[in-house]
Design a protein around this ligand. Structure first.
Ligand SMILES: C[C@@]1(CC(=O)O)C2=NC(=C\c3[nH]c(c(CCC(=O)O)c3CC(=O)O)Cc3[nH]c(c(CC(=O)O)c3CCC(=O)O)/C=C3\N/C(=C\2)[C@@H](CCC(=O)O)[C@]3(C)CC(=O)O)/[C@H]1CCC(=O)O
Ligand SMILES: NC(=O)c1ccc[n+]([C@@H]2O[C@H](COP(=O)([O-])OP(=O)(O)OC[C@H]3O[C@@H](n4cnc5c(N)ncnc54)[C@H](O)[C@@H]3O)[C@@H](O)[C@H]2O)c1
Length: 220
C-alpha cells in the first residue's frame, strides 16, 4: 500500500458555480469527474488528444471546451480546480505540480497524495448532499456504502428538506430561543412524514408539518 499519512481530511462543501476547472485527460475517469463538475456549475476545459464519446458530445453542444492535444507547460495556469486524470502517472504528476504551484485545488486520480483533495462518493437530492470518503483507501467500499445509503435515503429526503426549510422560517418567528426550536425539531422530524413523502403524499406530509407548527402556536 502507498504511504498515506494517517491524518484525517478536513471536509468542505465547495461552491464552484462559474469557476474555471481544468481536467487533464479525456478517458472514462475524466468523464465521471467532468460530469460532477458540470453538475455543480463548473466551467470545464479538457486538455487531451482523445475523448470518450460522451465528452465529445459535451464539446459539440458547447458544454465544455476541448484543447485537442497533449498537456503542455502552463495549461493549468489560472484554473481554480485542476483534475489530473490521464493514464500517464508522469503527466498527472507534472500537471499536479504546476497546478499546486499556481495555488489551484488539485485532484490526482491515480496518486491522490500528489494533490490536495480527493472526491468523495456522493448522493444528492436537491440541497441534501451525503458524501462518503475512505481517505482514498478503498473507493470500492465508498461505492458500496453509497449504494446502501441510496436505498435508505431516497429522493423523498430532498422533498422533506424543502418542506422543513420552509417551516424553519416560520418556526424562527414563533419560537424565540434556540432551545425551544431544537425541541420542536426533535418532535417534528419524524419517520411518519418521510413515509408519506415516499408514498408521494406530499400534501399530507405538508399538512402534518403545518399541524405541528399550529400546535406550537397554540402552546405559546
Ligand atoms: C468516490 C469516487 C468519486 C469520483 O471519482 O467521482 C472515487 N472513486 C470512485 C470509483 C472508483 N475508483 C476506483 C474504482 C475501481 C475499484 C478499486 O480499485 O477500488 C472505483 C469503483 C468503480 O469505478 O466502480 C479506482 C481508483 N480510485 C482511485 C485510485 C488511485 C489510488 O487509489 O491510488 C484507483 C485505482 C486505480 C487503479 O487501480 O488503476 C483514487 C480515488 N478515487 C476517489 C474517488 C478518491 C478517493 C475516494 C475515497 O476516499 O474513497 C481518490 C483517492 C482520488 C479521486 O479520484 O478523487 C468514485 C465512486 C463512485 C461511486 O460512488 O460509485
Ligand atoms: N480516481 C478514480 O476514481 C480512478 C478510477 C479508475 C482508474 N483511475 C486511474 O485514473 C487514470 C485514468 O483512467 P481512465 O480509465 O480514464 O484512463 P483512459 O485510458 O480511459 O484515459 C486516459 C486519457 O488520458 C489522455 N491522455 C494521455 N496522455 C495525455 C497527455 N499527455 N495529456 C493529456 N491527456 C492525455 C488520453 O487521451 C485518454 O483520453 C488511470 O491512471 C487510472 O489508473 C482512477
Amino acid at each position: 500500500m502507498k504511504d498515506v499519512k494517517n491524518v484525517p481530511c478536513y471536509p468542505i462543501n465547495l461552491q464552484i458555480d462559474g469557476r474555471s476547472c481544468m481536467v487533464v485527460g479525456g478517458g472514462s475517469v475524466a468523464q465521471r469527474k467532468v460530469g460532477a463538475l458540470l453538475a455543480a456549475g463548473g466551467m470545464v476545459t479538457v486538455v487531451s488528444p482523445a475523448l470518450t464519446k460522451q465528452l465529445a458530445s459535451l464539446v459539440e453542444d458547447k458544454s465544455i471546451i476541448h484543447i485537442a492535444r497533449s498537456y503542455q507547460q502552463g495549461d493549468v495556469n489560472g484554473f481554480f480546480i485542476v483534475i489530473c486524470a490521464t493514464d500517464s502517472n508522469a503527466v498527472n504528476k507534472w500537471a499536479a505540480e504546476e497546478g499546486m504551484g499556481a495555488g489551484a485545488l488539485v485532484n490526482v486520480t491515480d496518486a491522490p497524495e500528489l494533490g490536495n483533495f480527493s472526491v468523495p462518493s456522493q448522493i444528492s437530492h436537491g440541497d441534501l448532499l451525503l458524501t462518503i470518503s475512505t481517505g482514498g483507501k478503498s473507493p470500492a467500499l465508498a461505492k458500496k456504502l453509497r449504494e446502501e445509503l441510496e436505498e435508505r435515503y431516497g429522493p423523498e429526503y430532498g422533498i422533506y428538506l424543502e418542506l422543513v426549510a420552509k417551516a424553519r422560517e416560520q418556526i424562527k418567528e414563533q419560537l424565540s430561543t434556540v432551545k425551544e426550536r431544537e425541541s420542536f425539531w426533535r418532535r417534528t422530524l419524524d419517520q411518519e412524514v418521510i413515509i408519506l413523502l415516499k408514498e408521494g403524499k406530499i400534501k399530507e406530509a405538508e399538512a402534518k408539518i403545518k399541524n405541528a407548527i399550529g400546535c406550537t402556536r397554540t402552546q405559546s
